[in-house]
Design a protein around this ligand. Sequence first.
Ligand SMILES: [Zn+2]
Length: 92
Amino acid sequence: MPTYHYRAVEDEAACDACRETFSKIQTISEPLVEQCSSCEAPVRRVICAAGGSLIDKRYKTKKMLSDGNLKKLGFKKLVKESDGKYVDVLQD
Ligand SMILES: [Zn+2]
């Protein structure tokens, strides 16, 4: 079963439980939690992958697709030149 993470929408209205992100194990068919179970403040679902935020993940993907890394992994990166020919820009 997936674990969903929730956090108070507004810190001012939040109690200790929902000011920090809390998690709840739910089935996919279960409705999303909309209120904190202890203070009833509105909460929203947050996406947090293990080991970092979504932004970190995007950054990692970008880094993975860097020229240096592609070259290391043996990929070619073909770029179309103005004369219509493709050249491998990772080639020295
Ligand atoms: Zn709360």
